[in-house]
Design a protein around this ligand. Structure first.
Ligand code: BTN
Length: 246
């Protein structure tokens, strides 16, 4: 991971550049990193806001030997890697993961991920872009995200050298991606241990339809989907937003 890197001062979105690089034949593990994004994208059509020069915003190109329906395990592995790496830098603080791919520190979000693929058919070996935004040394956040956003600096009071954190993260993630094929159960277990709301009742909301389902979180399956015990039995969901049950 990261043996080939394209680094920029400012881009619209590293995910966009990474997608373009795929068409030029970028290898597995190639990385696009930028000091600042002017149009960073988040999940569910949201924007990703991060101040210039203080954070990590990057995209990794992956060509995993995985069937299409298991690509979700890439974000599961990435979350686990981010959570583990952050804990090394935030010792003794503990991270937690909000399914599917938000990493929290001190009860607020410090990292989000966006997996994008131009494939929509069930092929093997598709190339995908995994974009990661990690708040490192930013200590103030705009009004619209202030309540739920945090950074390593805010939580630990320590400034972290971004290059060191980045290198540690890429190295951990490389091992974790290999583990998806070698020992997927271990990846799932490492994720579940950090999973927010495990064994709790939650509400899973579907933005597109404005519907939701209530259930107790059992864990994730081998595609990275969330498994809930609901009033109509055990059910598996590939998308949705976890919110508190009301
Ligand atoms: C989310 O939590 O909604 C996902 C946020 C993903 C942000 C990262 S920053 C690097 C990469 N480029 C983007 O435009 N988005 C991702």
């Amino acid at each position: 991971m990261g043996s080939v890197i394209r680094a920029f001062d400012e881009v619209e979105s590293t995910n966009t550049l990474a997608s373009e690089w795929i068409n030029e034949g970028a290898p597995h593990g190639a990385v696009v990193v930028a000091d600042h994004q002017t149009r960073g994208r988040g999940r569910l059509g949201r924007t990703w806001i991060a101040e210039a020069g203080l954070n990590l915003t990057f995209s990794i190109i992956l060509r995993p030997d995985l069937p299409f329906d298991r690509l979700g395990m890439l974000t599961i592995a990435a979350c686990t890697s981010v959570a583990r790496t952050i804990e090394r830098f935030a010792d003794p603080l503990q991270t937690s993961i909000k399914w599917p791919n938000d990493v929290y520190l001190g009860g607020r979000k410090m990292c989000g991920m966006l997996l994008e693929s131009s494939w929509n058919s069930p092929v093997r070996n598709p190339a995908v872009v995994l974009g990661i935004g990690l708040n490192v040394n930013q200590d103030e956040f705009p009004e619209e995200i202030r309540e739920n956003a945090t950074s390593l600096l805010v939580e630990t009071g320590r400034v972290v050298t971004r290059a060191e954190l980045f290198a540690a993260l890429l190295s951990d993630f490389e091992q974790c991606v290999a583990m998806i094929e070698e020992d997927p159960e271990r990846v799932r277990n490492d994720y579940a241990v950090k999973m927010m709301s495990l064994n709790d009742e939650i509400c899973l909301r579907f933005a597109a339809t404005d519907r939701s389902v209530k259930g107790v979180v059992v864990g994730i399956d081998d595609s990275g989907a969330i498994v809930l015990d609901t009033s109509s039995g055990r059910r598996v969901f590939h998308a949705g937003e976890v919110t508190r049950a009301v």
